[in-house]
Ligand binder design. Sequence first.
Ligand SMILES: Cc1cc2nc3c(=O)[nH]c(=O)nc-3n(C[C@H](O)[C@H](O)[C@H](O)COP(=O)(O)O)c2cc1C
Length: 346
Amino acid sequence: MQTTGPSLTGVRLVLAVTGSIAAYKAVGLLRLLRREGATVHVVMTTGACRFVTPLTFEVLSGSHVATDLFEAHQEMLHLSLPEQAQAIVIAPATANCLAKAALGLADDLLSTMLLTTQCPVIFAPAMDGDMWHHPTVVEHVAALRTRGAIIVEPEEGPLASGRSGQGRLADESRILSVLHAALHPRRDWSGRRLLISAGPTQEAIDPVRFISNRSSGKMGYALAESAQARGAEVLLVSGPTALTPPVGVELCPVTTAEDMRKAMMSRFTWSDTVIMAAAVADFRPAQPATQKLKKRQQSLTNLALTPTDDILKELGERRTTQVLVGFAAETQDLLAHARENCKLRV
Ligand SMILES: Cc1cc2nc3c(=O)[nH]c(=O)nc-3n(C[C@H](O)[C@H](O)[C@H](O)COP(=O)(O)O)c2cc1C
């Protein structure tokens, strides 16, 4: 596999494995880290040992696998391992492990280590989708982020339960690139001010119904997160999404295309770069009903729509020195349509 960024030659890491069904994937990750030149000490929870044997990690890491806080008490592994490590990667990280880390519990080697470490800590959670979205897990993840932990969000797709959702352990190449970024943080965007839009807008039909689109907001949120990580000040103007805003990014929540237009215009002069990653509605109901439309009494065959204001076009007209970046979702002739869009607006 091809990897990006500098190699890990000479880098000392702790790879912590917890009791998720995805524990077997940590074997592949360990091999990748070793191939990249890192020295890796593996720590396993009791739960992890139920899924994969320490022997596998011992052979592949070339060193003893620590599983017990009290096992080698003279070496004080909970202090010595994090002291020597340049980063700790927890993959997969269970809901239990996130909870213990967020609350500062210290009842096994890994959780105790996390209270003593000064180096970057990367959690790559893996769990069932319902667990990942459980309010307690969401709270713990947010608390960890606030304290500087790096979370590699799990991916969407088929899960071990047979269901589908967000919960799959992130791909090992993604974990590796996050690790590279943690080891070599770039602050080359310090002093820059980015105004980023994200997500869909919702246009009311009546007080309870709206027209919207399938935008998840992930693109805008990811751009905001990396710009912030590179030192930029970021204002994220976001339509309704299920995403947690990145730590350190100012969030301006909006609902309609008009809300978004107003928010973007009011901060435009503050910014030096604008990225329109939002999927702004092109049309809205011309006359939203003030009361809920009744199923039996009304016909909606003639829902009149009116175009919304073109935010990117307006930004293009007002632009002085700002860099403007637009996104266009197309279903055909992608480049041709995107170029045409660009000519019309900027
Ligand atoms: C078959 C099986 C699969 C599991 N998979 C996960 C998982 O993917 N993610 C998770 O958070 N917990 C999972 N669990 C639950 C954890 O193993 C359990 O919460 C355990 O206490 C975690 O301990 P640890 O965090 O100390 O490793 C699974 C349990 C079983 C029996």
